[in-house]
Design a protein around this ligand. Structure first.
Ligand code: PGA
Length: 243
């Protein structure tokens, strides 16, 4: 795991955007794995600014998002589909047919998961996957205890995750209880991974990630086994580091 230490959230967003832009410029047909949540918002803003001012094109880029809530309509403002449209897709030139998120509206969610897994394989797997990390160490919505062999699947969200994400919903009760997520094996097949960690609230989590061994009780620790992962982390998230 390579670690890039930056000063604060602004620098983290800038470094993350540059990281992605470099890959898109090197390979205009990049298969790009994307994440939602608070952390990547600054990165997306910079990608949109760059598209406006420098014209970096996503015409031939294919995207796959990590996860989506089950039972929410894509038109619901709190869906990850809506998040992605709002923060990125509506402002760049990626064609609609190149955009993929698991569809939580489908009746047969298991079939949707198998189809999603298949689409990723058919795209030749992900070239660069952007990841955040949950306070409990989750990646995508793979909560603690998820098998490292997991493929795209339906999950029951932990209460701590529902609480952490309640800020994106009109009320706590409206946070869905289930979601669809790429599995840990799906994520690990990405040729390159960049994880973003920001803020004091993630300091304990970061310390646990860097403490070593891969362990299914702390999903992000699997990245210790990935051959090409970079973590971009700010000073506030580094404050609980074991010396
Ligand atoms: P956050 O979420 O960026 O909103 O902290 C990260 C995650 O849960 O993966």
């Amino acid at each position: 795991m390579k670690i890039i230490k930056v000063k604060d959230y602004n620098e983290l967003s800038e470094a993350a955007a540059q990281f992605v832009l470099e890959r898109v410029k090197q390979n205009p047909k990049l298969v790009l794995g994307l994440a939602t949540g608070g952390t990547p918002e600054g990165m997306y803003k910079r990608l949109v600014d760059d598209h406006r001012t420098a014209g970096t094109s996503y015409k031939n880029v294919t995207t796959f998002n990590l996860d989506e809530y089950a039972g929410l309509k894509r038109t619901d403002e709190s869906s990850y589909y809506a998040y992605m449209r709002h923060h990125l897709f509506d402002h760049i030139d990626v064609p609609e047919e190149n955009i993929h998120l698991p569809n939580g509206e489908k009746e047969d969610l298991q079939a949707e998961c198998s189809e999603y897994e298949q689409l990723i394989k058919e795209a030749g797997n992900i070239d660069l996957q952007v990841l955040g990390i949950g306070g409990n160490g989750h990646i995508g919505f793979n909560e603690p205890g998820t098998s490292f062999d997991s493929l795209t699947h339906v999950v029951t969200l932990e209460e701590s995750t529902r609480k952490a994400n309640a800020r994106f919903f009109p009320s706590d009760a409206e946070v869905p209880t289930h979601a669809l997520t790429m599995g840990i094996e799906t994520i690990m097949r990405a040729k390159e991974i960049v994880m973003l960690i920001s803020g004091e609230s993630k300091a304990e989590t970061a310390a646990q990630l860097f403490s070593g061994e891969a362990n299914e009780n702390f999903p992000a620790s699997v990245l210790n086994n990935h051959p090409n992962t970079t973590v971009i982390i700010d000073e506030a998230a580094l404050t609980k580091m074991k010396k």
